[in-house]
Design a protein around this ligand. Structure first.
Ligand code: DOR
Ligand code: ZN
Length: 425
């Protein structure tokens, strides 16, 4: 089976591509990337005037299986991924029960083998049951194929437990992903603490709850020599701390999500629960700082933090609604609209943040168009505008922050494992 993609503008800084080229796919691998390939093929795809890039690697996705199959499943979540141009996801372990043991990983791997439509990489909790007390068996989990550890949804409050986890992770050469949040400072907050929370009469979440915990996690990483990745960075103070740690040589990488660099607490005036997530949308000053940090490389990756919830859990009073928004199907278009169209990033930088870097951080052989790599490729119409509606989603949930927005940039073709798996003509 040979697929020839002709005349697309091929962007992949990990292989030095940034030009009009052809790509030949043979037996599910990328076999040639050159100008004007003349070869036999079974399928020809004309990518004239389109951008061709590696399938995106989203390192922060809640697939909800096992336990909350009413919100999302491995099947529905990976279908949504393909629509959004994402061919590899890292599944978060805050499922019911949590993924924290070899047995749980084995069960989830079976579900993935049977039902996934894209690459699903597994993470495990840092602590048993995500209770913050007993560190999981990192070596056994690594041997079972887990690529990172995170108690995402919660932070490990005990400094001693976190230190122990980091030392064990360092020895096993395993990445720890930090959900940096000091709950004792959050109390019952629901949006960013500030003028807007006062105006709306909603309890506020102070930024300290994030950056003080980022500071602790960075100190522990530096002291132990372990590699950490800070998830969903939302405020300028966290950025400054990460920049400082990077300059000192701490092994730290960091991500933010499209809602944080696009929206801010001022958008909450209508009490829209699809703008409620944890950490919360911060101020417009923070939003600008996140954009600059993406440009300057302080933030390494863009991840969706795809967090599906049912209508029963979202379409209720603001205080009671669940935290979290979906994002797999909008993250690329939002990033194109907000970062490329505004000339903050060029295409190469975007491919770095959404494919090359996350793959590198996770140590997986994905997110690249290198000859010999798995043929996970997307073709994007950078000029096509579309409006986000509930009908767009393959996800089982609709809780998107971007409903009703018109975005620029549409995935017109997703190739996964050398097969065309999604087409939008
Ligand atoms: O908004 C959020 N939702 N933040 C998290 O950290 C967890 C996530 C979820 O699992 O719903
Ligand atoms: Zn989180």
């Amino acid at each position: 089976m040979k697929i020839l993609i002709k005349n697309g503008f091929v962007v992949d800084p990990s292989s030095g591509f940034n030009d009009v080229m052809d790509i030949l796919i043979e037996n599910s691998l990328i076999s040639r990337v050159e100008k004007n390939i003349q070869d036999a093929f079974d399928t020809l795809i004309d990518a004239t005037d389109k951008i061709v890039m590696p399938g995106l690697v989203d390192m922060h996705v809640h697939l909800r299986e096992p336990g909350r199959e009413d919100k999302e499943t491995v099947s529905s979540g990976t279908k949504a991924a393909l629509r959004g141009g994402v061919t590899s996801v890292l599944a978060m372990p805050n499922t019911t029960p949590a993924i924290d043991s070899v047995e749980q990983v084995k069960l989830l791997k079976k579900i993935v083998q049977k039902t996934a439509h894209a690459n699903v990489f597994l993470s495990s909790a840092i602590t048993k049951g995500r209770m913050g007390q007993e560190v999981v068996d990192i070596v056994a989990l690594k041997n079972e194929g887990v690529v990172a550890l995170t108690d995402d949804g919660d932070s490990v409050d005990s400094t001693e437990v976190m230190r122990e986890a980091l030392m064990k992770a360092r020895d096993a050469n395993m990445l720890i992903i930090c959900h940096s949040e000091d709950r004792s400072l959050v109390k019952n907050g629901v949006i960013n603490l500030g003028l807007i929370s006062t105006q709306l009469g909603l309890r506020g979440i102070p930024k300290e709850s994030e950056y003080k915990r980022v500071e602790r996690d960075l100190q522990l990483a530096s002291a132990t020599g372990a590699a950490i990745h800070i998830a969903h960075v939302s405020c300028c103070e966290s950025i400054a701390l990460i920049a400082e740690a990077k300059a000192k040589g701490t092994r730290v990488t960091a991500e933010t999500a499209p809602h944080y660099f696009t929206l801010c607490d001022e958008d909450l005036m209508g009490y829209d629960t699809n703008l409620k997530m944890n950490p919360p949308l911060r101020t417009c000053k923070d939003r600008e700082a996140l954009r600059v940090a993406l440009r300057d490389g302080i933030l390494d990756a863009i991840a969706s933090d795809h967090a599906p919830h049912t209508e029963n859990e979202k379409e209720i009073e603001f205080d009671r609604a669940e935290f979290g928004v979906i994002g797999l199907e909008t993250e690329l278009a939002v990033s194109i609209t907000e970062l490329i169209e505004t000339r903050l990033l060029d295409w190469s930088a975007l491919v770095q943040k959404m494919a090359n870097n996350p793959a590198k951080i996770l140590g997986i052989l994905k997110g690249t168009l290198k000859v010999g790599a798995d043929a996970d490729i997307i073709i994007v119409d950078s000029k096509r505008e579309w409006t986000v509606t509930k009908e767009c989603f393959a996800s089982m949930s609709n809780n998107s922050s971007f409903l009703g927005r018109t975005l620029k940039g549409k995935v017109v073709c997703t190739i996964y494992g050398g097969k065309v798996v999604f087409k939008n003509t």
